[in-house]
Design a protein around this ligand. Structure first.
Ligand SMILES: CC(C)(COP(=O)(O)OP(=O)(O)OC[C@H]1O[C@@H](n2cnc3c(N)ncnc32)[C@H](O)[C@@H]1OP(=O)(O)O)[C@@H](O)C(=O)NCCC(=O)NCCS
Length: 212
């Protein structure tokens, strides 16, 4: 057959088709449940807790977009953006709620870029709840949601080099360090180095098979 004369190397370089990323269904994110946590959409009734927790200097210090001081009305305004951003396929944001005793402990989400099948993972945990594994538990559930439900190809995340606890969270959920973007963002008067992490769907699946 004539077609068999096609150069084999060219064909070998073509990646297999990957499934198209799916738009999330419904107008709000689903509830995800883990051993100790529920991840659910934020409600306006969460605003006071968000203002108290996200308003801590320690939380603003290692994040790029959390204002400080965190004034009255900012939490309501932030929560008010979630539904439209979700419906437009731009982001999915979850409140992290401890099951027992019930408490809002933080926030986690994906900034979606569906054209490229990828999303950036971001999170914060209120200071009283640090160091109990909550962020790692929530991040594992959100990665699963991103790969299994949204059909993503890649999830990436970045942390300030001076924030190794966040890097540890990324490592614990199987993300690999991809490099350092030196002086990549300005926080106040300081240019911060960013440590960049990522994981591809195939890596996530193999890890999941190994750890099941
Ligand atoms: C970073 C943050 C989300 C971690 O939340 P958390 O619920 O405490 O995280 P976890 O308990 O799941 O895991 C933290 C890990 O970091 C480790 N860690 C804590 N401080 C550390 C440090 N200075 N150096 C290295 N590792 C550190 C912990 O020991 C733990 O790892 P381990 O389970 O192997 O012992 C939380 O500190 C936070 O919200 N910080 C402010 C906002 C922020 O930085 N968000 C991320 C922006 S990229």
């Amino acid at each position: 057959m004539r077609g068999s004369a096609r150069p084999r190397t060219a064909r070998a370089n073509v990646p297999p088709p990957s499934p198209r990323p799916k738009r999330a269904r419904g107008d709000r994110p689903p509830r995800l449940s883990t051993e100790r946590l529920v991840l659910r959409p934020f409600d306006l009734s969460d605003a006071r807790a968000v203002q108290r927790l996200a308003g801590a200097r320690e939380v603003a210090d290692t994040t790029l977009h959390i204002p400080h001081p965190y004034r009255i009305g900012m939490a309501e305004a932030w929560i008010g953006t979630h539904r439209e951003a979700f419906a437009a396929g731009r982001s999915v944001t979850f409140a992290i709620v401890r099951k027992r005793p019930r408490a809002l402990v933080g926030a986690i989400g994906l900034q979606l870029d569906l054209a490229h099948g990828r999303a950036e993972l971001g999170y914060w945990i209120g200071v009283p709840f640090w160091g109990r594994g909550y962020c790692s538990e929530a991040a594992a559930a959100v990665l699963r949601h991103g790969f299994e439900t949204l059909g993503l190809h890649r999830v990436h995340a970045a942390h300030f080099a001076r924030n190794p606890a966040s890097g540890r969270v990324m490592q614990k959920v199987g993300m690999g360090r991809e490099g350092c973007l030196r002086g990549h963002v300005r926080k106040g008067d300081v240019f911060e180095d960013l440590e960049v992490y990522g994981i591809l769907v195939g890596e996530w699946r193999s890890r999941r098979r190994r750890t099941k």
